[in-house]
Structures are given as structure tokens and as C-alpha cells.
Design a protein around this ligand. Sequence first.
Ligand SMILES: CC(C)(COP(=O)(O)OP(=O)(O)OC[C@H]1O[C@@H](n2cnc3c(N)ncnc32)[C@H](O)[C@@H]1OP(=O)(O)O)[C@@H](O)C(=O)NCCC(=O)NCCS
Length: 187
Amino acid sequence: MSFSIHTSRLLIRPVTKEDAQSMYRYRSDAEVNRFLPTEYHAVEDITDLIRRTASEINVPDTWFQLVLICKENGQLIGDVGLHFLASDGQHKQVEIGYTLAKNYHGKGYATEALRAILEHVFSTLQKHRVIASIDPENEASMRLLERLGFRKEAHFKESLFFRGRWADDVIYALLKSEWRSVEIPPK
Ligand SMILES: CC(C)(COP(=O)(O)OP(=O)(O)OC[C@H]1O[C@@H](n2cnc3c(N)ncnc32)[C@H](O)[C@@H]1OP(=O)(O)O)[C@@H](O)C(=O)NCCC(=O)NCCS
């Protein structure tokens, strides 16, 4: 496995099929899953997600899935997906998605992971723009993006049919020119 990123508390590496059970444990938690596009009823659903993941980073029109390993205890505590968009014809834009196990919420792990991954996306992969699509009721997710410098660009009213209701969709974005590599002070 060639690709990995180290932060002070995390090892970030590509997902493997052996990660299915650990990912299922937190992704099947109703609270964690509340805003995720898919419900997971069995570990095989996660195995499918892993199978559909690109084996290499930065392939147009694919998702590349990373997992977050807590260095302190070796546990898989979350995941981050990168969708390499092909629609701009330049292959310069990425959509990002992320999920953290509930026990690890509120400790800055998602901020730490996304800062390192965004640095890779902008500085190494030289991408132009990163976007995220959020349910406006997902306040923790919006706080996370705003902490990282993302701007709210659009609010679509009832544009997604989600779990039996029409849900709003908020689009956040961050340009390479806006990306700042500054330390975010811990609270
Ligand atoms: C979205 C999600 C990853 C955000 O997780 P989070 O724990 O709020 O984010 P972080 O790990 O960066 O932690 C930040 C929080 O920890 C606090 N914190 C504690 N220690 C910290 C540190 N060392 N550094 C930064 N923040 C720290 C911050 O104050 C912040 O709290 P606040 O949001 O109340 O202000 C999480 O809510 C989640 O997994 N949700 C379910 C899946 C989901 O909805 N994903 C998004 C789909 S679009």
C-alpha cells in the first residue's frame, strides 16, 4: 500500500476489504448514519462500497475511499471519500465526504484529517476546487467545513428525495487560492 498520510494523531490510508467490519460498526449507527446517502443493513453493504472504490487515487469519475486510524489505539475511527469529478473537462475538481465514529466526535479528528487531505488535494494533486454537499440540518458538518475555510455557495430547496422526504441540499466550496495552511487552535 503506497499512499498514506500521517498527522499528529492519525494515520490516513486507503480502505481495504478487511476494513468492512470496522466501518460497518459506526456507519450502521443510526445517529452517525442520519445524513448519509445510504443506509447500511449488513456488513456486505460496506463490502460493496469498498468494492466500488477506485484502487488508485485521482481517477476521473470515481470515488477514492480513505480510512482514519487513531495512532493511540490502532482503531479505525472514520473514513473520508474523495470523488474525482470529470464534468469540468479539466479533471480539477473534487467532492469530499466524511464520517467519524460517534465516540470520536467533538475531539477535532475530522478537522485534523481533512486539513491533511485538503493539503494533499490542493498541493500535491493540484486541484482547483473542492465541494461538499450537506443537509442544512447537519450542523456539525457545516461547522467543520466553515472551520476549514469553505464558503456556502448554494442552498437548493427540496432538491433531493431522501428517506421518504424532499430534503434541502447546501453546497460548500473551497478554491485552491483560498486554501490556507494555518494551524487551527484547539479549543
Ligand atoms: C461531520 C462530522 C465528521 C463532524 O465531526 P466533529 O467531531 O464535529 O468534527 P471534529 O472531529 O473536527 O471535531 C470538532 C469539534 O471538536 C472540538 N475539538 C475538541 N478538540 C479539538 C481539537 N484538538 N481540534 C479541533 N477541534 C477540537 C471542536 O471545538 C469542535 O466542536 P464544535 O463543532 O462543537 O465546535 C461528524 O459529525 C460525523 O461523522 N457525522 C456523521 C456523518 C456525517 O453526517 N457526515 C457528513 C455527511 S455530509
